[in-house]
Design a protein around this ligand. Structure first.
Ligand code: IMP
Ligand code: MG
Length: 201
């Protein structure tokens, strides 16, 4: 008889307040930590082929890019630098808002290969702003990398496809592995989709 592996809802192992515990219990695990790790292994291999002689700068889009990039870095076995950019299109209540610039890179991007790393490609607005910033700073080449590609139409002018993506998801609100739910739950080891009643978008 074939064994069917059921994906768990959340709720176990995390120590959370009642509010987030309930949200996590109602959520559905889309990708386990093992599945995310395997996808990061694969993305790292693709990056090695494409980038190993280009002395790139990996630019972390704060805050969502921290966990994806942090987990990616030890998998990359070639010369690179890291830095950050803080541009955000979401307010604290997860509503789409104006793009807000909070921090620029502290390193000269001119003439360099840049890999902009974010947690998720959603409407494409945030990555587009980051890519345009790098071009304005005379980067030689600008590539994009995301942990998740949300399968939905992008906003006009937004980045349509990332150069590197680890995993795809349907158009649902997710948290974990760097993605937040009201600024919390970024540290959840796995990707979870919230129940429809908890949807914030
Ligand atoms: P975009 O500019 O619409 O592509 O949005 C990218 C940003 O939106 C990401 O960096 C995330 O911070 C946020 N975002 C989009 N979808 C989700 C989600 O499902 N969960 C958490 N954050 C999300
Ligand atoms: Mg983000």
């Amino acid at each position: 008889m074939a064994m069917v592996m059921m994906k768990k809802s959340g709720g176990d192992k995390m120590q959370l307040s009642k509010r987030f515990q309930e949200i996590h219990e109602r959520a559905t695990c889309i990708y386990t930590k093992a599945e995310v790790d395997a996808a990061l292994d694969q993305m790292a291999r693709e990056m090695s082929v494409r980038l190993n002689n280009s002395d790139p700068i990996f630019l972390c889009v704060l805050l969502g890019g921290i966990v994806p990039l942090g987990n990616l870095l030890p998998r990359l076995d070639f010369q690179l630098e890291i830095n950050y950019i803080h541009v955000s299109s979401y307010g604290v209540e997860n509503k789409v808002g104006e793009l807000s610039w909070k921090a620029e890179p502290t390193i000269d991007l001119s003439g360099r290969t840049i890999v902009v790393v974010d947690d998720i490609l959603d409407t494409g607005t945030t990555l587009k702003a980051a890519v345009e910033y790098c071009r304005m700073k005379n980067a030689r080449e600008v590539l994009t990398a995301v942990l998740l590609d949300k399968k939905k139409p992008r906003k006009p002018g937004g980045v349509v496809q990332a150069d590197f993506k680890a995993l795809s998801i349907d158009d649902r609100f997710v948290y974990g592995y760097g993605l937040d739910y009201s600024e919390y739950l970024r540290n959840v080891p796995g990707i979870y989709a919230v129940a429809p009643t908890d949807n914030v978008m």
